[in-house]
Design a protein around this ligand. Structure first.
Ligand SMILES: Nc1ncnc2c1ncn2[C@@H]1O[C@H](COP(=O)(O)OP(=O)(O)OP(=O)(O)O)[C@@H](O)[C@H]1O
Ligand SMILES: [Mg+2]
Length: 283
């Protein structure tokens, strides 16, 4: 049987020891294997808590009936290490992710921990650094890299241990637009080359718009899970909870409000331009 979901949450409830009420309340969602899923929601809605639950850094409330499945395994205290092998997380701050004195050492760290023989380790480090376009920096000190370069090295470190799932937790939010675009392009390419599943936690609405699927989290509850088009141009919900929406969807929404009905298959900027031009030429 092939497993079609990389991640599945069933009725997951989580409370921090310090908090009075649960921060996640019986949440349910699925991330399809090989998909790019974006998780969006306000500050404090519980996004990072979800990412830490996926790799067992946090465990759901006891006796709450919560079930977390990752790569077909029901996460529990026995298989949490197997699951961590399959899930890599790239965090927000590139400076907090380094352990090695050089880029090469840093990427080798996870392999050293796993007792990979030296020859094989050197090969793998070179391969993954070239995957993210950072092979020329193998002997550089991490501190001297730009933010975008640091995040590329962090991604290489994760690729070295061949994960199935990569979680990007606001990984591009501290980068300039070109650094951000580079990271997203690299991730897109790696995703198809290595059959990865991507969960991208983001405030960047254009990044969410690139996803196959969007999950909207609000105050510890899932409000919706659907395609970006369905979420952003066909429902009132993101506007009602005050989330930003992509420019093209704002435009389609306004045009619809003005009585210019835009068909549902018109989704991108180019498709909209083309549709409006042919509408104009019919007049
Ligand atoms: N270690 C902790 N102890 C107690 N409460 C916490 C802890 N970490 C987070 N929280 C609380 O849990 C809730 C969810 O936090 P979380 O970090 O998951 O949100 P988030 O959606 O990732 O937010 P952001 O967009 O700011 O990163 C918040 O109310 C936060 O204050
Ligand atoms: Mg967060």
């Amino acid at each position: 049987m092939t497993i079609s979901n990389a991640i599945e949450f069933k009725d997951v409830t989580f409370t921090y020891p310090e908090s009075k009420a649960p921060v996640l309340k019986k949440i349910n969602f699925k991330v399809k294997k090989g998909s790019w899923t974006a998780l969006i929601g306000h500050n404090g809605s519980g996004k990072s808590t979800i990412s830490k639950l996926i790799n067992g850094l946090l465990l759901p409330d006891k006796d709450s009936g919560s079930v977390i499945t990752v790569s077909g395994m029901n996460l529990n205290s026995e298989n949490v290490w197997d699951i961590r092998e399959k899930v890599g997380i790239v965090f927000q701050n590139p400076d907090n992710q380094f352990v090695g004195a050089t880029v090469g050492d840093d990427v080798a760290f996870g392999l050293e921990n796993r007792g990979v023989p030296r020859d094989q380790m050197v090969q793998t480090v070179k391969k993954v650094l070239s995957d993210v376009g950072m092979l020329d920096y193998i002997d550089a000190e991490p501190a001297n890299l730009s933010g975008g370069q640091k995040q590329r090295v962090a991604i290489a470190g994760i690729l070295a241990v061949e994960p199935e799932i990569i979680i990007l937790d606001e990984s591009t939010s501290m980068l300039d637009p070109s650094g951000r675009d580079q990271i997203l392009k690299i991730i897109k390419r790696l995703m198809s080359e290595k059959n990865l599943t991507i969960l991208s936690i983001t405030h960047d609405i254009d990044e969410a718009d690139m996803a196959d699927n969007v999950i909207v989290l609000n105050d510890g509850k899932i409000l919706a899970q659907a395609s970006p088009t369905e979420i952003f141009s066909q429902t009132e919900m993101p506007r009602q909870i005050g989330l930003d929406i992509p420019f093209v969807d704002k435009l389609i929404y306004k045009l619809n409000q003005l009585g210019i009905t835009i068909p549902k298959d018109v989704q991108t900027k180019d498709e909209l331009k083309q549709y409006l031009c042919q509408l104009n030429s019919k007049k």
